[in-house]
Design a protein around this ligand. Structure first.
Ligand SMILES: Nc1ncnc2c1ncn2[C@@H]1O[C@H](COP(=O)(O)OP(=O)(O)OP(=O)(O)O)[C@@H](O)[C@H]1O
Ligand SMILES: [Mg+2]
Length: 241
């Protein structure tokens, strides 16, 4: 199921609450700092948190598949096998959060194809000779800043639920002081990349201004745009005539 922001009537973050409880392979994409990873890591209920351990990994272009799958480690004079987060998630029916999945290259790509096969028939034989399959409850939530078309088709096709994140998580906005919320909501997903101010900056500004004051905090966080940002905040908070 792919969502289309023009056709969808369900607010994106409500949809996410639903699909995270029921879909097995989910991909989120969109601008940085909108709350994708935060939401992927947080389970929907205490019951789910108990039943489904969460594993997380961030892909880098140089990463070998062994970091996801597992590898031998020297212990005393011997070598022992240590599962990586992907195989742990398979064995324990866990949620595997894969950040920056579009950075995958080489053997990680092939590994992901196998890992994300339909769970009914997915199977992998480890270098130990052991054959493993995904346990009930195994789920993958991947995130990225690029576009799904950046992914090789075979990987893209393994995410039947692909959601474009066009707005910040309302809970993340609510965590900001009230006077910053409107500005943060719009600026963190501005169409033009150079116009964006992501939530991390807004949080830092909110923290810093408490201790070093608005002017210094704005200069530290917004740089050359400091006075423009302060002016627009003042205009927005001025009582309307
Ligand atoms: N529900 C929330 N409540 C409070 N803070 C939040 C919430 N969601 C996100 N945040 C905060 O917003 C910031 C951005 O969140 P997060 O790292 O999840 O974004 P992202 O979309 O994964 O970004 P990127 O694409 O750069 O990885 C973080 O500082 C995070 O702690
Ligand atoms: Mg992230």
């Amino acid at each position: 199921m792919a969502t289309d922001k023009k056709k969808s009537n369900v607010p994106i973050w409500e949809l996410i609450d639903l699909v995270q409880q029921h879909a097995q392979r989910i991909l989120y994409y969109g601008p940085p700092g909108t709350g994708k990873t935060f939401r992927a890591l947080r389970q929907e209920s205490a019951k789910q948190a108990k039943a489904q351990p969460v594993y997380a990994i961030t892909i880098t272009p140089e990463m070998p598949a062994a970091e996801l799958r597992g590898h031998y480690i020297p212990v005393g004079g011997n070598f022992e096998w240590k599962d990586g987060p992907a195989i742990l998630a398979w064995r324990n029916g866990g949620r595997l959060v894969i950040n920056e999945i579009d950075h995958a290259t080489g053997d990680v790509l092939s590994f992901l194809h196998n890992l994300l096969d339909d769970p009914e028939f997915a199977v992998m034989t480890l270098p130990t000779g052991e054959t493993v399959r995904p346990a009930k409850g195994f789920q993958v939530i991947a995130t990225m800043n690029g576009e799904p078309r950046d992914l090789p088709e075979a990987l893209r096709s393994r995410f039947p639920v692909t959601i474009e994140i066009t707005q910040p998580n309302p809970e993340a906005i609510a965590a900001l002081p009230e006077d910053l919320r409107n500005a943060a909501r719009g600026s963190c997903v501005a169409d033009k990349e150079e116009a964006r101010i992501n939530l991390r900056r807004w949080y830092e500004y909110a923290n810093l201004r408490k201790v070093i004051g608005e002017q210094h905090a704005a200069q530290a966080v917004f740089g050359a745009r400091a006075s423009a940002v302060l002016t627009s905040l003042k205009v927005a908070s001025a009582p309307s005539a």
